[in-house]
Design a binder for this molecule. Structure first.
Ligand SMILES: Cc1cc2nc3c(=O)[nH]c(=O)nc-3n(C[C@H](O)[C@H](O)[C@H](O)COP(=O)(O)O)c2cc1C
Length: 336
C-alpha cells in the first residue's frame, strides 16, 4: 500500500487523483475511481445546473466515498457554483483563474478547495486565498494547459514556494513510475487525466478512446486552435483532420479558417440536442454523433503510456502497485 499525508486529508486510501475532465469524467468514472480507494472527480464543463446535479446524484448513487467536482472559472454558468455548494460535495477543483472569491463560501459549506495552477506565482496566490491543496499542472498535460514548464521542473519549484501545503502533480503522469517520481519531486499525490480517458467508465466516445490508446508520446500538439466556446486558452490534443486542413491552408487566424463554424456533429444528452462546430471546444463524448475524429481530441503526452482500455479500478490498482514496486524495487535499494 502507498499512503501519503494527503490520504487522510481527503479520506482516500491511495494518493491517486483522477482529473475532472470535460466530456470524459462524469458520475460513472468519478464513482469508479473513488470506489477503488482513489479520489474521483467529475467535470461540470458544458453543464447547466440540472446537468451538474444529475452527475453529482449519479456519483452518490454509485459510491459513498469522497469525490470532487471540477469548476472551470471562465466557463462557469449561472447558478452552477451555488448548486454545487448547496449539494455539499466533498471537494471542488477550481481551474483557470483566481479561486479567491469562492474559497470562503466553500469553507462555510464544509467543502475542501483544490486549485489547479500552472505556475509558482499562481500556486502562491492559491495558498494565500486559502486553498486546502494545490494541483500543479505541467506543460505535458492534456486538455487545457495552464502550465508553461514541464511537470519535472514545476513540482519542486512549487513545493519550495508553498511549504507544507498538500501538493498534487499533474501532467505527463500515467503510471506508477510517474506517481513515484512525482512524490520524489515533492508532491503528495499525482493527478491523472489522459490515463482515465481510456477506461470502461469514461464518457469519451469509443473512437476517441481508441485514438488515445493508439497515439505515441510524440503525437500530441499544443495549440490554440479549438477556440470556439473558449478562446485564448492553450490546449493539447491529438492531431486530426481539422488541424491538417488548417495547416494545409497556411495556418490562417481565427475567423478565416477552412470550414470554420461548420456543424460537424451533435451532442444528444438528457433530451437536449446541441450542434457541435468545427474548431469548437467540445471533445467527443459517447453521447456525441457526427465526425468525431474532427473534434478536439484532448490528450496529454502521457498517451504514449496508455495502451489499453481498462476498468478504472484496475487502473488505480496497477498505478498503486507499480508505484510501490518503483519505490521498493528501484529507489530504496539505491540507498547505502
Ligand atoms: C480530456 C481532458 C479534459 C480536461 N478537462 C478539464 C476540466 O474540465 N477541468 C480541469 O480542471 N482540468 C481539465 N483537464 C486537465 C486535467 O485536470 C489535468 O491537468 C491533465 O489531464 C493532466 O495531464 P495528463 O492528461 O497528462 O494526465 C482536462 C484534461 C483532459 C485530458
Amino acid at each position: 500500500m502507498l499512503k501519503t499525508a494527503i490520504c487522510d486529508l481527503f479520506g482516500i486510501e491511495t494518493p491517486i487523483f483522477a482529473a475532472a475532465m470535460g466530456g470524459v469524467a462524469m458520475g460513472e468514472l468519478a464513482a469508479a475511481v473513488s470506489e477503488a480507494g482513489a479520489f474521483g472527480s467529475l467535470s461540470s464543463a458544458g453543464f447547466d445546473v440540472s446537468g451538474v446535479l444529475h452527475e453529482i446524484e449519479t456519483t452518490r448513487r454509485l459510491t459513498q466515498k469522497p469525490f470532487a467536482v471540477g469548476l472551470l472559472i471562465p466557463l462557469l454558468r449561472e447558478g452552477v457554483f451555488e448548486a454545487v455548494l448547496a449539494a455539499r460535495v466533498p471537494a471542488i477543483i477550481f481551474f483557470w483563474g483566481d479561486a479567491g472569491p469562492f474559497v470562503q463560501r466553500c469553507r462555510a459549506a464544509g467543502i475542501k478547495v483544490i486549485v489547479q495552477v500552472g505556475s509558482v506565482a499562481e500556486a502562491v496566490q492559491a495558498k494565500h486565498a486559502g486553498a486546502d491543496a494545490i494541483i500543479a499542472q505541467g506543460l505535458e498535460a492534456g486538455g487545457h494547459v495552464r502550465g508553461t514548464v514541464t511537470t519535472f521542473v514545476l513540482i519542486p519549484a512549487v513545493r519550495d514556494a508553498i511549504g507544507e501545503l498538500p501538493l498534487i502533480a499533474a501532467g505527463g503522469i500515467a503510471d506508477g513510475r510517474g506517481l513515484a517520481g512525482a512524490i520524489a519531486l515533492g508532491a503528495d499525490a499525482a493527478m491523472f487525466g489522459t490515463r482515465f480517458i481510456a477506461t470502461r467508465e469514461s464518457a469519451a466516445h469509443p473512437i476517441y478512446k481508441q485514438k488515445v490508446i493508439d497515439a505515441r508520446e510524440d503525437q500530441t500538439v499544443y495549440t490554440m486552435l479549438f477556440d470556439i466556446g473558449w478562446s485564448d486558452a492553450p490546449h493539447r490534443v491529438i492531431p486530426n483532420h481539422t488541424i491538417a486542413q488548417w495547416e494545409r491552408a497556411g495556418r490562417p487566424p481565427s475567423g478565416q479558417r477552412p470550414g470554420e463554424g461548420e456543424v460537424i456533429g451533435r451532442s444528444k444528452r438528457g433530451g437536449l440536442e446541441l450542434p457541435l462546430v468545427r474548431y469548437g471546444v467540445h471533445n467527443p463524448s459517447g453521447f456525441v454523433e457526427g465526425r468525431v475524429e474532427e473534434m478536439a481530441l484532448y490528450a496529454g503526452q502521457s498517451v504514449g503510456l496508455v495502451n489499453d482500455l481498462l476498468p478504472a479500478a484496475e487502473v488505480v490498482r496497477r498505478i498503486e502497485a507499480e508505484a510501490c514496486e518503483s519505490i521498493v524495487g528501484r529507489l530504496t535499494p539505491l540507498t547505502v
